[in-house]
Design a binder for this molecule. Structure first.
Ligand SMILES: Nc1ncnc2c1ncn2[C@@H]1O[C@H](COP(=O)(O)OP(=O)(O)OP(=O)(O)O)[C@@H](O)[C@H]1O
Ligand SMILES: [Mg+2]
Length: 378
């Protein structure tokens, strides 16, 4: 007897075919959707035996919501009209779990027994999830491109603006020297100086977002920085806001510009205070986390610093926009819309990222991630 070893390619094609068959079911129904029999795969796909389904309406495979909007009836109506109908929707297994299904319904006319509809159901969960992942990756690439473009624009604007501010400051200093004894002029010049000071502050935030601000990174332990500034945070938030530190244990050290971290946290705390209208709770949380910074990239260790509050939160509709420079929902003159863009720019320039979420307190949660500093071991 000759024993014939199957070819490896044939083997894998067979296995792939079997895998596909396991994720496929074929049902035979009448024109009203009553199941007459199953040709393949219902037990593997639905957890029902062919016998259990016989005599039942195929609508039992649909979710309650789809049954209520008469999805099964509409599919049958389209098959009656067109002869064939394809659709993608969630279906429900016997144990109540759902899966994404690709359906093909086709009207067939057997010689005896009247109209029949064959329904081929394929478990499309994997395809659906792959498509969803691809969409998310495309969206995040577009978002990154948009933020990059804003960054370049901010950088150019801030540069020009900086030159203008320097000219104004020099001119004010010259005027002050000429009118040294004039009290009225001194007061006017003071006003002009404080406006220039505010302009310079805004400009620094724009530069930071545009990655044009030179950072001075130092190896630091974030928990120590937060503990040292707790008094300042409480002062910024006011007496009616409870500021809580929730510090993670054994955090790795990070290389960051401590002054800019302080500025970012003050921006976040100011936002929380404003959103809570001056009263509520703010939690400053630190944790060590492993993340994949870019799709397809390697995992890396980060320290995550989150400011969460009990305010109204940041709606899904604006979560993609709040990091953009000059986006503000505050009344004219009250917000420049540069606070969160400083947070975003600082985190990105430090090799990390910033993210918006929902706090356990029900309000907004804004996180910055900073890469763990290399240890002596590498
Ligand atoms: N903690 C928060 N809760 C609710 N909404 C928030 C919160 N933080 C930010 N936002 C929303 O994001 C917008 C942008 O915030 P951002 O800090 O960039 O600018 P701003 O606070 O409006 O102005 P400023 O430049 O003075 O900080 C805010 O106007 C607000 O709508
Ligand atoms: Mg702000």
């Amino acid at each position: 007897m000759t024993y014939c070893q199957p070819h490896r390619d044939d083997d894998s094609a067979l296995l792939e075919g079997l895998r596909r068959l396991r994720s496929c079911a074929i049902l035979e129904m009448d024109g009203e959707g009553m199941i007459h029999g199953s040709i393949a795969g219902v037990d593997a796909l639905y957890g029902y035996s062919g016998e259990e389904l016989r005599g039942r309406s195929f609508s039992c495979l649909f979710s309650r919501a789809d049954q209520e909007r008469n999805m099964p009836g509409m599919l049958l109506a389209r098959v009656r009209e067109q002869g064939v109908e394809q659709s993608a929707c969630p279906l429900v297994r016997k144990d109540g779990t759902r899966f994404r299904a690709a359906l093909t319904l086709e009207r067939v006319m057997p010689e005896a027994g009247g109209e029949r509809v064959l329904m081929v159901v394929r478990d499309a969960t994997e395809t659906f999830q792959n498509q969803k992942r691809m969409r998310q990756a495309q969206e995040s690439a577009m978002r990154a491109q948009r933020m990059d473009a804003f960054g370049k624009l901010s950088f150019d604007l801030a540069h020009d603006f900086n030159n203008l501010l320097s000219v104004i400051v020099n001119s004010l200093d010259m005027l002050a020297a000429r009118r040294a004894g004039d009290e009225g002029t001194r007061r006017i010049l003071e006003l002009a100086h404080s406006a220039v000071e505010r302009g310079a502050r805004l400009n620094r935030q724009m530069l930071l977002f545009g990655r044009g601000h030179a950072l001075v990174p130092q190896r630091s332990q974030i928990n120590t920085l937060l503990e040292a500034s707790l008094g300042l945070y409480r002062q910024v938030c006011g007496d009616a806001v409870e500021v809580v530190l929730d510090l993670g244990a054994e955090l790795p050290e990070v290389e960051l510009d401590a002054g800019q971290l302080e500025a970012a946290l003050l921006n976040l705390l100011g936002n929380s205070r404003d959103a809570m209208r001056g009263a509520g709770t703010v939690v400053l949380r630190t944790r060590a986390e492993t993340r994949t910074p870019a799709p397809g990239g390697a995992d890396a260790r980060f320290v995550r610093v989150t400011v969460g509050d009990s305010g109204p939160g940041i709606g899904q509709d604006i979560r993609d926009t709040v990091f953009e420079p000059f986006f503000t929902t505050k009344p004219e003159g009250e917000g420049s819309g540069l606070g969160l863009s400083q947070v975003y720019g600082f985190a990105a320039q430090s090799g990390g990222m910033a993210e918006i979420g929902t706090s356990a307190l029900g309000g907004a949660d804004v996180s910055m991630y900073f890469p763990a500093a290399r240890t002596a071991a590498g």
